[in-house]
Design a protein around this ligand. Sequence first.
Ligand code: C2E
Ligand code: CA
Ligand code: CA
Length: 700
Amino acid sequence: MARQGKKSRDGTRWERALERAHLGVWDWDLRTGDCFYSATWARMLGYSQDELANTSDLWFRLTHPDDRERALASGDRHIAGLTDAIETELRLKHKQGHWVWVLDRGGIVERDAAGRPLRLMGVQTDISRQKAAEAELEQVNVRFRLALAASGTGIWHHDIATRKSYWDTRTREIFGLVADTDEVSADLWHTYLHPDDKEATERVHQVSLGTDTIIASQYRIVRRDGCVRHVESLVRFIAAGEAGQILGTVRDITEDKLREQELAYAARHDALTGLLNRAAFDRLLADHIATGAPLAVFYVDLDYFKALNDFAGHAAGDLALKSVAAGIGRCLPPSAHAARLGGDEFALLVPDCDAAEAERLAGAILAAVRDADLGLAATSRRLAASIGIAIVHDRLTTVADALACADDACYAAKAAGRDRFALFSADAASGSGGLNAARLAADTVDAMEDGRLKLFGQQIHRLGRPWQENRHVEVLARLDGKGGRLIPPGEFIPAAERFGIAARLDRWIIRTALSRHGAAMKSGAVTLGFNLSAQTLSDPGLWDFVDRIIEETGAPHQGIGFEITETAAVTNFDAAETFVRKARERRCRVSLDDFGAGMSSFEYLRRFPVDAIKIDGSFIEHITESRFDREIVLAITSIARSLGCAVVAEKIERQDTVAMLRDMGVEFGQGFLLHRPEPLQHIVSHAAGPAREAAAREAS
Ligand code: C2E
Ligand code: CA
Ligand code: CA
């Protein structure tokens, strides 16, 4: 009743204040057990005042079951005198069913004479919004801590006024610091810095006080056990405490760094050999050329590698490549760089290297390749290299040019017989064919090995008579080019001569033709004429070779003829004389080829007692129109007759030419009119058949 009476002007005013402040008031009389709840309290929960019964347990019934115990305990503790006031947070059920968080504060307002509490009053404030904000913040915190933990980030701060530093657990872990507290001495951090990074890092960490820029950096630390770690750091100033703080994060990025380095390494290196790859080599070479200092570029191409790979398998091939790479590496000065360009090709870059030094190095590399460990699977195999060297002085040289020059020289080395080096010479490359010639020569060498060098033949006729009476065939080489095109000897023979492989080529032709057709020759089906290059003419081992082949194949000496060009004979006079003598000893036939083209004196004919003279095709092809050509042919023919040698006219393409030549006393001829060159095999197998037929006809 008293309370009702207090509903004065003051009371109303309080009511309004409470209303504004969203405060609900409760007033509990312990003697009667009555509890009064203010209208503001009821409204806080969505009720009008008269909707709720003013029972002492009203609030309790509306309290969330989880909060009841705590709320009761708070009241009990206060009543028992353990606390100065009731202060608790609890949830009350709103009329609409949801929970309203309230802060309940109150206490004893009246006691009896003995000090026993008679009446309690309290105020409840709606703190739902605050609670929601708290919950949200907590969630953010949880997430933040999770993110920190996941990223392995440590946090530290330094208080500027107190000069104290604090490292969290993770920071201490990163630095390998064992300590129980966060506080560390202010200069501790500096003692961890890697000497090479110290200065720069300390400079970066001088954050500008008062600003809010975040400074990021990476540096290395050396842990107490000597282990080096890479750290990524963020630092900023915050206005906290008296003079502010420097707040920072650290993250150990050592693994990332290693992976980064590995990736960068992989991007620049060949996985198998560990040498540089082509792209990295090109960049390095460009940089070196740009300095203008003389340098040597080596192009190293392995010989017999494909055979090794085929024979012993890829594993053996890989082992060989690794071993070669290691061997090359051991030969090189520290300033040099080696790359694997792919397959079995390598490139080297040697700074400050002149020709003499380059040649010495090349010799060492050749030896290293020969000594390369090929593994058990390939012990019977051998490996060699062809090395081309280009010396670059001019800073305007492009990388492509430098490599092309070395490549060109490498082809020359290959063509000259492999297992050797060649120094690039501008003369060799700028001459006929240049780079292509070198390539063609090298391709010719390969063709001999992989069956792309083909034997063709062209019949030589006694004019007016069937070939069967004569049966002589000139052997002509053809190169089955890599694109499938048949390359005529006019293209690859000059290249072979220039790169010193013509003698090998001739031997190959002789060996191959005799071993395939030796039997047919023995039976008298054909005789073969071989073209010889000037190099073969002066090959001192030639006749030993021919003798051996003849012995092996059973081809008769008389069935074999050699054609040496007039020019070759004249320019290798002694060699040609010896050659002709030895041929005669063996009753092999010799023809002087392309006669007239060299325009040398007939005088030479006396010195070479050859069996036949082949008049160069250029005098024959227009003979019906050219009096000059006729005169030449007549002169040659009469001299030949006086010397007792036969005359062969080349390039007979028309019937009237045949008649004219016969009138002039030319006995033999060859040309497209009489027979177009075709695979030697065809000619021989045809000859072997009709030979018997002809013999049979004669016998009958
Ligand atoms: P060569 O010794 O004068 O051979 C005759 C060349 O004239 C052959 O050219 C032949 O195909 C071509 N020929 C024949 N009849 C006619 C014709 O009626 N008209 C025309 N326009 N050409 C005709 P091929 O086979 O291209 O050979 C060119 C040269 O290459 C040969 O000239 C020879 O000097 C050389 N050669 C061919 N094979 C070999 C070889 O195995 N070793 C060496 N060292 N040289 C070879
Ligand atoms: Ca010839
Ligand atoms: Ca000729």
